[in-house]
Ligand binder design. Structure first.
Ligand SMILES: *[C@@H]1O[C@H](CO)[C@@H](O)[C@H](O)[C@H]1NC(C)=O
Length: 346
């Protein structure tokens, strides 16, 4: 009889405490399992054990790592991806933009920087007319691309991005690592393409995940000059003057910014105009994942038969036929173009 009373009491208090346990974190060691003796201690130990051994995410044992509320999405990989939805804020609907605090650990940030450090080259932009890469003063950073799933850490980050955005990993381009030194910037631009050549593979870029790999003492904000909330955002002197010209996001090591360049109906969203303000003090490192409407992956077999089917392809490409005559030269989803190699689409 006594045991039953004790049991219901314990269950009741457990019910009361459970929500607090996973949020409060004061209940994070087995020593604290004593408010209600014996049974509760046993039960509590069992929970802690489950939490540790089975990784059930009750949030007892590892609260300090900020695992307050977690989504665990199963992927093909053995370790499921963990997401913490309460660390995500919606910044704007026009454009659709979201910020995930501490998306990357500091170790992951440092790792990406290390991989990129001695491989940086001056950043290019895509020419709107020809679709070719060109050097310009609009974009003064330097950067490089990491191969997809280049190592376990990169693979894990790419999986996390796919899980967060609900967009398949094969729609993503290779991760780009960027460094902005003092005074370097990227003038406001769109991530979607205007030219047709760059839309041949995967279609438009529809979403961008921009991850800050370093803190920047001053400047280096990401700015959306046409965002609906630009006038409502209050800014003190910790923001650069450039940042005051739009809705701005301060770079903070590990944070990730997700925004969409297309409307839900698939048309281009002009409010997605964005840029990187000049760095005033410090250095800015960032990683960008561009995600396309369709698969961007080039399979091995496609890569192997990357050829021209006409001896004149190179000349035609030089004369601009890739742009003027894309269906013949580049092809579309159903038919392969005859000059894919010279048009740089494989
Ligand atoms: C697509 O959606 C946007 C935003 O809701 C709207 O302004 C635009 O007119 C739509 N375009 C078409 C073709 O439906």
């Amino acid at each position: 009889m006594e045991f039953q009373v004790l049991l219901s009491l314990c269950c009741f208090s457990l019910l009361l405490f459970l929500p607090r346990l996973s949020h409060g974190g004061w209940f994070n060691s087995i020593n604290k399992c004593h408010p209600c003796p014996q049974f509760f201690t046993l039960f509590c130990s069992a929970l802690l054990w489950l939490d540790k051994v089975m990784s059930f995410d009750y949030g007892f044992s590892n609260f300090r790592s900020n695992r307050r509320s977690l989504l665990r999405l199963k992927t093909e990989n053995v370790t499921p991806v963990r997401l913490d939805p309460i660390r995500v804020t919606q910044l704007s609907w026009q454009p659709r933009a979201f910020l995930y605090k501490e998306f990357l650990t500091h170790e992951e940030c440092d790792h990406l920087i290390k991989l990129a450090k001695d491989k940086l080259e001056k950043s290019m932009v895509v020419d709107d007319e020809t679709g070719e890469d060109i050097e310009t003063e609009i974009r003064t950073s330097s950067g490089m691309f990491l191969r997809k799933a280049q190592d376990d850490i990169v693979a894990r980050i790419e999986e996390r991005i796919a899980t967060w955005t609900f967009l398949p990993p094969e729609n993503g381009e290779d991760l780009q690592i960027l460094r902005y030194e003092l005074g370097q910037k990227y003038e406001p631009h769109f991530d979607y393409f205007v030219d047709k050549v760059n839309q041949q593979i995967g279609g438009h870029r529809s979403a961008t995940v921009l991850m800050y790999l370093s803190d920047v003492k001053k400047g280096g904000e990401t700015i959306f000059p046409r965002a609906e909330g630009r006038k409502l955002q209050l800014k003190d002197n910790s923001w650069s003057n450039c940042a005051k010209k739009g809705y701005a996001v301060k770079p903070s090591k590990g944070d990730a910014l997700l925004f969409f360049s297309l409307h839900l109906n698939g048309t281009t969203d002009e409010t997605s105009l964005h840029g990187s303000c000049p760095v005033i003090e410090g250095e800015k490192w960032a990683a960008t994942k561009w995600i396309h409407v369709r698969s961007y992956g080039r399979s091995m077999t496609e890569d192997m038969d990357c050829t021209d089917e006409d001896v004149d392809c190179a000349r035609w490409a030089r004369e601009g036929e890739c742009q003027k005559n894309p269906l013949y030269m580049v092809g579309d989803e159903e038919t392969k173009g005859r000059c894919r190699k010279s048009c740089n689409v494989c």
